[in-house]
Design a protein around this ligand. Structure first.
Ligand SMILES: *Cc1c(COP(=O)(O)O)cnc(C)c1O
Length: 368
């Protein structure tokens, strides 16, 4: 079975092997050396002033970012499940929250963000997904962050890049907190959250907020190559391994290039089959198709053609399917996935099979 869900993504064998060693104690020179090398690799990946590794799923990093950086009011962008989560975190901590809410196929605009800031002068942080994974939507974070900083540089920009870091090069010029997680584009098992911070964010934090997720406590420790609490040692070892593997396979720019080509080729193949791409502004981390038969297509893909793609959540649970592009996925696997969609449509009697998906995928991917 090919795993084509946008998280968790397949863990390469070399990484699984790297994580199979004997358990290391986290307060040892051996582990501190691994931690230091991994930190160096993370600085290259994120391009931020400071980096942190937290033992939690991605939501823990979202929560720690909100509590440490939003002191008076959070403006959150809700174009899906993950954007909604930022607002729920603020509410759970008694932090005032104002939300810009859209259908899950619709990105936020610079104009409405500016309008919300003008109407809420007490907003001191904005939280947004780079890719909102609920619908595979790419927000124009670069333009929004630049406009926010031009309006008031003291407003903190929190960018959830859990399905963007490792997919494409992120322009972090106007970002104060960039969040990533292990089980999506970084191809690791779940359980490690990653964060990049600007110096401005670190200054704003003062002595930090919270206990487990007090980021100032973490910064103090991680600058000494250790962690405040027990480190997710195995996942840190895995992270060093995957970041080195990416280097060995042509580096980050090569990873971004092949991911973009695979995403583009997949979208074109779906369109050539007469299918519709759900988000107005699709991200390259996944291709989301909305279709009345989405549920049947998904189940045929799994049962007949050994391709496991994701459905949706909430009100679009059965109306979309999502094909993952994150990770080191071979072209032959991606070509099979689009071919399987065409086979499923043929099986349902919707369209005669003629090899269109495979032909279009290869033509676009290989630039024929
Ligand atoms: C997966 C994901 C998260 C975090 O989810 P966890 O289950 O806590 O790891 C957050 N934001 C986005 C955009 C995601 O795709």
């Amino acid at each position: 079975m090919l795993l084509f869900t946008p998280g968790p993504t397949p863990v390469p064998e070399s990484v699984r092997v790297a994580m199979a060693g004997e358990t290391l104690h986290h307060r040892t020179p051996e582990f501190e050396a691994i931690f230091e090398r991994t930190r160096t690799l993370l600085f290259e990946l994120l391009g931020m002033d400071e980096v942190l590794m937290l033992a939690s799923s991605g939501t823990g990093a979202m929560e720690s970012a909100v509590i440490n950086l939003a002191h008076s009011k959070l403006l959150s962008i809700n174009s899906g499940k993950f954007g909604e989560r930022f607002g729920k975190i603020a509410v759970a901590h008694g932090i005032a929250n104002v939300e810009i809410k859209h259908e899950w196929d619709t990105p936020a605009t610079v104009a409405e963000v500016m309008e919300a800031l003008n109407a809420n002068p007490d907003v001191d942080a904005i939280a947004i997904q780079i890719c909102e994974s609920a619908g595979g939507l790419r927000h124009n974070v670069e333009a929004i962050a630049a406009a926010v900083k031009a309006y008031n540089p003291a407003i903190m920009v929190i960018a959830d890049g859990i399905t963007a870091v490792g997919v494409e090069k992120i322009n972090v010029t106007h970002i104060d907190c960039l969040i990533s997680g292990s089980q999506k584009a970084l191809m690791l098992p779940p359980g490690l959250a990653i964060m990049g911070l600007s110096n401005a964010a670190i200054s704003k934090m003062g002595s930090g907020k919270g206990y487990y997720f007090n980021l100032v406590t973490e910064i103090k420790n991680q600058r000494k190559n250790t962690t405040a609490w027990t480190a997710a040692t195995t996942l840190v070892i895995g992270l060093e391994s995957i970041l080195n593997r990416i280097k060995d396979e042509g580096g980050l720019d090569n990873l971004y290039d092949i991911t973009a080509r695979r995403a583009h080729a997949t979208r074109e193949a779906m369109i050539a089959l007469g299918l519709h791409i759900y988000p107005e502004t699709p991200a390259d981390s996944m291709t989301t198709v909305d279709d009345v038969d989405a549920k049947t297509i998904r189940s045929l893909l799994k049962k007949e053609f050994e391709v496991n793609v994701a459905g949706g959540q909430d009100h679009i649970k059965e109306l979309i399917f999502r094909i993952n592009h994150m990770g080191l996925i071979s072209a032959y696997e991606a070509a099979w996935a689009v071919n399987a969609v065409e086979l499923a449509l043929a099986k349902m009697g919707r369209r005669a099979y003629d090899g269109t998906a495979n032909r279009v995928f290869n033509t676009v991917y290989f630039g024929l």
